[in-house]
Structure formats: structure tokens, C-alpha cells
Ligand binder design. Structure first.
Ligand code: COA
Length: 387
């Protein structure tokens, strides 16, 4: 297998983009990434694009072809990758594997979702399709409800409190204040979270990631050729993926995401690293409890202590481990198909030392963790500066 590097990265601002279509969002992110890689576009041999539900959100299917068409890149192969909220992470992984195998030297990876064309109720049903339609959504269990079940069980088993979960949201909003691409560039307090309305007990509005439009893109290149385009390539040290049951009821535990544990361990093994070698991670905080479980399941903190360490400030920017320096899904926003690629954009910006006031200091190795649905698909990637 060949080594793979990122040579360019770009994204749109995440938020409500009434004035921009799916095509506009894709174009903006792709043009930024291609320019960042100092390419003219003709060098790109293939495209992989993560997108969860363009037909249901925006009436547009066949998004792989749309991306190549819109960018004027026909006739190169262009493939849409779907794995619910992990669509972007899997697009990245498929592009990584294509270069590692020797099939291509330069590949563009995109992620996009245009979610605000439909009502919140419709969004809940569309996203609910990423769970088990028959056993969960049909019975009324939307995503906030599924993660609320996990939160209740975590609280029961480990004494995790609503205030401890709220601390994840407060920290992520604090980081997003310094991210010009974030949907919510505003700080919040524990009190704000506790006083926000319940969406699904115990999760309140400010425990939830929002509904977001946005796109993100990175350009991957075989490491042996990366220096031709950039003085500062970002190495992809590892790429892993794991699967689990769609329905929560079919799992052995409600307080862990087994696919996260498996994918996290595989990635660290591939890179020859351990948790103590990682200084920062973008983890999939679609709900505050999801961040609590992620930092436990990735092995950074002991099971059951994720809430406590978050409340103690151990995951704040430049503390013990910088979690979600971008603001995470909670505050940077969560255009579902774009999130996994946006995490790679943040890894690139951070490892280049270009993150400004949200810069993680003494950064060597960066992890990204992207979850599809309630944990049926997980992708983990590890990145480092240089080649
Ligand atoms: N965090 C912070 N503020 C939020 C927010 C969030 N998650 N969602 C909405 N807001 C804000 C809006 O900006 C708006 O503020 P304003 O009045 O100052 O303009 C206000 O709250 C009301 O927004 P609205 O769009 O009416 O919210 P909503 O009730 O339609 O949606 C949720 C709120 C929580 C239901 C929706 O964001 C949601 O479904 N989130 C979860 C998405 C999800 O499941 N993703 C997949 C995870 S696997």
C-alpha cells in the first residue's frame, strides 16, 4: 500500500444558505480545495463525494455525476458515497484506498448536504432513516430520541449528569467562536444549555447539533508525489472503518458504540500509535452524549468518566486533549454528508498551524472520528504533519 497525503483543503461556511443550491455549495468548497492544492484541476483523476440524502432533502439524485458535471471535470470517474452521517468519512476512506492501491495519484474528496430546503419535522424523518426504519423510526424514534436513550442509560450506569453533558456543548461553542466557518460563532453557558427546551429528555436544544447546509473538500495525492504541489503535505497515517447493528435494541450495550472502539483501535494499530500520542481530535458530537461516549470508546478516557472529564475541562482547547477545536458538529454545524470531510479540513488547517485563535499547540498527531446513524458505521482517520 502506498502512503497518501492531503495537499489541499477547503470548505464553505456552515449554516443556513437559503441563497445557495447543492451545486453552489459543492463548487465553492471544491474550487477552494483545488486552488489550495495549487492545481488547475486537470491533474485530478477521480472524485469521491459523500452525501447522505440529496433526493429527500433537495430532490437531486445522481450526485456523483452532478459533481463532475458542475465542476467541468467530465469524463473522470465520480462516485457518490452514502453512509448516513459518516458519508464524508467513507468518501475520504475510499479515495485513500484508491490512491494507496495505486489506482490513482490524485483524487478529489468532497462532502455536501443541503438540509434546509425541508421542514424540521421532515428533516427528523429523513435523518431517522439512518437508524432502523422498521424497529425504530416507524415507532417514532428519531435521532434525538435514540441518543436520549443512550444518555439515560449512561446516567443510570455511571452517574453522568445533564450538566456534565452540557459542558461538551459549552466547550464546543467556545471553540467555534474562533472558527469563521462555524454556524454558531457564539459562546454559551451551562445555564443556557440547562434552560434550553427539551428535545428528547434528557437532551435539550443546546445538546443537539443543528440542521445545516454546507460542503467541504480535500485533495489527496500519493505521498511520493505530494511535494511537487505543496511544501506542507499532511500525511494520512491511518484509515479504518467498522460496522454494527442498525437498531440500538440489537446491541449488547447502550452506553458504548462498538464500531467506534473497533475502528479506533484499528487506526491506532495501523499508525503504530497509542492514545497518548494524539493531541487533538474531531469526534462525532451529534449530541452531547455522543461526545461523552466517543472520548471513552476511543480509549482516551476510562468508560463512564467522559462526562466528568468534560466538566473538569480536560477536553478544552490546549488542555489534556483538545476535542473538537473546530466547534464540532454542535457549534460548527452538521451538514451530514459534509461532516467527515470537514473534520479532515480541520485536521489539515490545525496541522499546518493555520488555525489562529483555535490553534492546538505542540500538535503532532490528529484523529478524526465520524459516525453514521447511531453507530452502525464508523470511520476513523489519523493525520500528521509532513511526509
Ligand atoms: N443549537 C443551537 N441553536 C439552535 C440549534 C442547535 N442545535 N437548532 C436551532 N437553533 C437555534 C436557531 O438558530 C434559532 O435561533 P434564532 O431564533 O436566534 O434564529 C432557534 O434555535 C430556533 O431554530 P429552529 O430552526 O426553529 O429550530 P428547530 O426547532 O427547527 O430545530 C432541533 C431544533 C434540535 C430539533 C434541530 O436542530 C435538530 O433536529 N437537530 C438534530 C439534528 C440531527 O439529528 N442530526 C443528525 C444526528 S445523528
Amino acid at each position: 500500500m502506498r502512503q497518501v497525503s492531503i495537499i489541499g483543503a477547503g470548505m464553505t461556511k456552515f449554516g443556513e444558505h437559503w441563497e445557495k443550491s447543492l451545486r453552489d455549495l459543492v463548487t465553492e468548497a471544491a474550487v477552494k480545495a483545488v486552488a489550495d492544492a495549487k492545481l488547475d484541476g486537470g491533474e485530478i483523476e477521480a472524485i469521491y463525494g459523500g452525501c447522505m440524502a440529496p433526493g429527500l432533502f433537495a430532490g437531486q439524485e445522481h450526485v456523483g455525476a452532478l459533481i463532475a458535471d458542475q465542476l467541468g471535470m467530465n469524463p473522470i470517474p465520480s462516485t457518490r458515497v452514502e453512509a448516513a452521517c459518516a458519508s464524508g468519512g467513507l468518501a475520504l476512506r475510499n479515495a485513500y484506498l484508491a490512491i494507496a492501491s495505486g489506482a490513482y495519484d490524485i483524487v478529489a474528496v468532497g462532502g455536501v448536504e443541503k438540509m434546509t430546503e425541508v421542514t424540521t419535522e421532515q428533516t427528523g424523518v429523513i435523518l431517522g432513516g439512518a437508524g432502523d426504519q422498521e424497529w425504530e423510526l416507524f415507532m417514532g424514534a428519531t435521532f434525538p430520541a435514540l441518543y436520549a436513550l443512550m444518555a439515560k442509560r449512561h446516567m443510570h450506569d455511571y452517574g453522568t449528569t445533564e450538566e456534565q453533558m452540557a459542558a461538551c456543548s459549552v466547550k464546543n461553542h467556545a471553540n467555534a467562536v474562533h472558527n469563521p466557518y462555524a454556524q454558531f460563532q457564539r459562546a454559551i453557558t451551562i445555564d443556557d444549555v440547562m434552560k434550553s427546551g427539551y428535545v428528547a429528555d434528557p437532551l435539550k436544544l443546546l445538546d443537539c447539533s443543528p440542521i445545516t447546509d454546507g460542503a467541504s473538500a480535500v485533495i489527496l495525492c500519493a505521498t511520493e508525489k505530494a511535494r511537487k504541489y505543496t511544501d506542507l503535505p499532511i500525511s494520512i497515517l491511518a484509515s479504518s472503518q467498522a460496522s454494527d447493528t442498525l437498531a440500538l435494541a440489537h446491541r449488547g450495550s447502550l452506553t458504548e458504540i462498538r464500531a467506534t472502539k473497533v475502528a479506533g483501535e484499528k487506526a491506532l494499530k495501523q499508525a503504530g500509535l497509542s492514545q497518548k500520542d494524539i493531541q487533538a481530535a474531531e469526534v462525532h458530537d451529534c449530541f452531547s452524549i455522543a461526545e461523552v461516549m466517543a472520548i471513552e470508546d476511543l480509549g482516551f478516557f476510562k468508560k463512564g468518566t467522559g462526562g466528568k472529564v468534560s466538566a473538569n475541562g480536560e477536553t478544552a482547547l490546549n488542555s489534556k486533549l483538545s476535542i473538537n477545536p473546530s466547534g464540532g458538529l454542535k457549534a460548527c454545524g452538521h451538514p451530514v454528508g459534509a461532516t467527515g470531510v470537514k473534520q479532515a479540513v480541520e485536521a489539515t488547517v490545525q496541522l499546518r498551524g493555520e488555525a489562529g485563535k483555535r490553534q492546538v499547540s505542540n500538535l503532532k498527531n490528529f484523529m478524526t472520528h465520524n459516525v453514521g446513524g447511531s453507530g452502525a458505521t464508523v470511520a476513523v482517520h489519523l493525520f500528521a504533519r509532513g511526509d
